[in-house]
Design a protein around this ligand. Sequence first.
Ligand code: NDP
Length: 330
Amino acid sequence: MSDTFKAIQVSRDDDKNQSVDIVELTEADLMDGDVTVAVEATTVNYKDGLAITGKSPVVRHWPMVPGIDLAGTVLNSRSNEFNVGDKVLLNGFGVGEVHWGGYAERARISADWLIPLPNGLTSQQAMGIGTAGYTAMLCVLALERHGVTPKSGPIIVTGANGGVGSVAIVILSKLGYHVIASTGRVAETGFLQELGASEIIDRAELSEAGRPLGKERWAGGVDAVGSHTLANVLAQTQYGGAVAACGLAQGFDLPTTVMPFILRGVSLLGIDSVMAPKERRLEAWQRIVEDLDLKKLEALTTTIGFDDIIHTATDIVDGKVRGRVIVDMG
Ligand code: NDP
């Protein structure tokens, strides 16, 4: 392996103008950590799109190598937990935000943030899932803990064509739930049905200010969108149901009332993947291995190379990416 390796770096000048470059680095340039990983695959999440375009202040250390997810092989380890040659996986923990991340052929990180690559998954498949898919599973686990089962009634998934949404549909349908997919891309109805959605609704039904309470349409929801959409999802959740909220694709506001909570006992379950404790991550990845149909994962993933990351990051922020993206580092 050569001494230098390729990386994407975002920088900013004294006037806080952001720029993105492909650079050559050496291991001496990497940030501190006890494990060095040869990155075999990474992915493009919505948050990576925000980091590269600078549309939201995701990056909090400059310059930054973005990429909140990575999978690869340990090259060097000072940790007792991981040995040279181990296959590992990383999601979040501020990597790609405050610590250099997956958009480089090598990464040096803390062993505390790594988990072993789950048995049965390649680095590429794990990145097909990535933070978006692992967050979808955290949402499903939260609904289960609340007692929502396939018998409770339908589950709505918003942002259905996106990363979180598409993986949530695949998992929920395999578990036997009747899935209602809410999307702005109704032309993708065939794709969403192939993933396992039973009904498709136009997101326009949910994206404007609505009534405090509406007809009870679903037992629960996985919401990647926030804002009026989440408010309307809550207002149409049946008595005792729950909604797992993980995203803000429409907005970070939540213009709701207390009515769904105090008149229908509806629960709002907050989902954070970034700082989720290790045991919760291990549980989520184990359930992914058990409950995610890898054939369907293949149907919702597109594989790109390192040189395609920057324009794909712009596309994801513009809502043009369908499903999940694997970056194969070759
Ligand atoms: P994607 O960009 O892949 O998907 C987002 C989807 O939301 C789009 O595909 C689109 O679906 C829908 N959407 C986009 N813009 C709007 C809009 N203005 N109004 C309504 N719907 C819209 O992103 P991810 O799936 O990777 O992430 C989804 C959200 O979840 C993001 O906000 C992300 O930051 C957040 N997230 C949070 C995590 C956590 O730890 N809490 C972890 C991972 C993600 P369609 O075309 O079908 O309408």
